[in-house]
Design a protein around this ligand. Structure first.
Ligand SMILES: [Zn+2]
Length: 355
């Protein structure tokens, strides 16, 4: 049920404490050299979040690629152009996808077929990609319908959200095979060593790559400078606590040095890792406060009612679906922590109240 990987609607504090040392490249095949043998490029995306950053790492006589862009013809054209013109025929050696979302792995099938290279992913991400990434099941299973009914979503509203998901034009073909990478493993790519650092919550087993010698973090969607990554509960795991795993991941990443250069999957390359991790943690703590304040005022509320408190400006059905999943992620964390209680109301609907 995952779709758009990152939500753009709510910005945290102005990120003026961050420092952006490079002008970003255009999403037309041009690149910025971050360091020798480390190139930053962008792939265009025809959506509100209009690009994804991809990185090329010098790997012997060729280049390893980190993340792919969407599985759409424009992405394929750009990769052709990059490898035939820009890199003068130097080969693609391997493809690494930080996680399963389709802006990161959507062209993996195409790149693997076109260049006959291994795809490196964690087990959790590859299995998620192969098993659960796609349009909602048709018909929706009763357990999925119940999940939304309990949250306070009407049948009509659910129908609108599900049909918007089924019309998603970017669902890619999936790759058939992969090479597993594991948290803590060190990849030797050309002259650099990259340690796989685990991120959880936005996706099941997100791989960041950290180069200790030069203090560079290929952060994927785990650390973004201006938007927050979507962390959501879905009907696949209704009692899940992904926001807990997400907060734990922020904590783990904060153990990296403060002067780490962060190469994120969206927006600019930046310095200010600790400041940004703190901002994201504070943002979620503010969301917890909003929930508690609202419940103090009204006594009890459904997930759908609390969604409007946390996300007052939503643009469409897919936005609402993601916001609902993220609201439930906040509620589940507070429930697991003993701060909230959940009880049945009329019909299937469930209400949250302060413990
Ligand atoms: Zn993502």
């Amino acid at each position: 049920m995952h779709r758009e990987p990152v939500k753009e609607r709510e910005r945290i504090k102005p990120p003026d404490v961050l420092n952006y040392p490079f002008e970003p490249p255009k999403a037309d095949g041009s690149h910025v050299e971050i360091a020798p043998g480390l190139l930053w490029l962008r792939m265009p995306m025809p959506m509100t979040l209009d690009h994804i950053n991809v990185y090329l790492l010098r790997d012997g006589e060729g280049w390893a690629v980190v993340d792919t862009g969407l599985g759409i013809p424009r992405t394929f054209e750009l990769w052709e152009q990059i490898f035939t013109e820009k890199l003068a025929g130097q080969p693609l050696t391997r493809l690494i996808c930080t996680h399963c979302h389709y802006d990161h792995a959507g062209a993996a099938h195409w790149l693997q077929e076109r260049f006959d290279v291994p795809l490196l992913m964690t087990y959790g991400e590859f299995m998620m990609l192969r098993s659960l990434m796609g349009p909602p099941p048709d018909p929706m299973p009763q357990s999925h319908c119940d999940f939304y009914a309990k949250a306070g979503v009407t049948d009509e509203e659910l129908g609108v959200m599900v049909s918007a998901m089924r019309k998603d034009p970017f669902m890619p073909k999936h790759p058939h095979s992969y090479q597993r990478i594991r948290p803590g493993e060190v990849l030797q790519i050309g002259e650099r060593k990259w340690r796989v650092v685990l991120g959880e919550g936005h996706s099941p087993e997100h791989a960041c790559l950290y180069n200790e010698a030069e203090g560079i973090l290929l952060a994927g969607d785990q650390v973004l400078p201006r938007i927050t990554s979507n962390v959501m509960v879905t009907p696949i795991e209704p009692e899940g606590n992904p926001l807990k795993y997400w907060m734990d991941s922020l904590h783990r990443l904060r153990e990296l040095p403060a002067n780490t250069l962060v190469l994120p999957s969206h927006q600019g390359v930046f310095y200010g890792l600790h400041e940004r991790l703190d901002q994201v943690r504070e943002h979620h703590e503010q969301q917890f406060d909003l929930i508690k304040e609202h419940l103090l005022e009204v006594g009890k509320a459904s997930a759908a009612e609390l969604m409007v408190v946390l996300f007052p400006r939503l643009r469409g059905p897919i936005d609402r679906l993601m916001a609902l999943g993220e609201t439930i992620a906040h509620l589940n964390l507070l429930k697991h922590a003993g701060v909230l209680l959940r009880q049945s109301g009329t019909g299937k609907i469930e209400y949250f109240s302060l413990a």
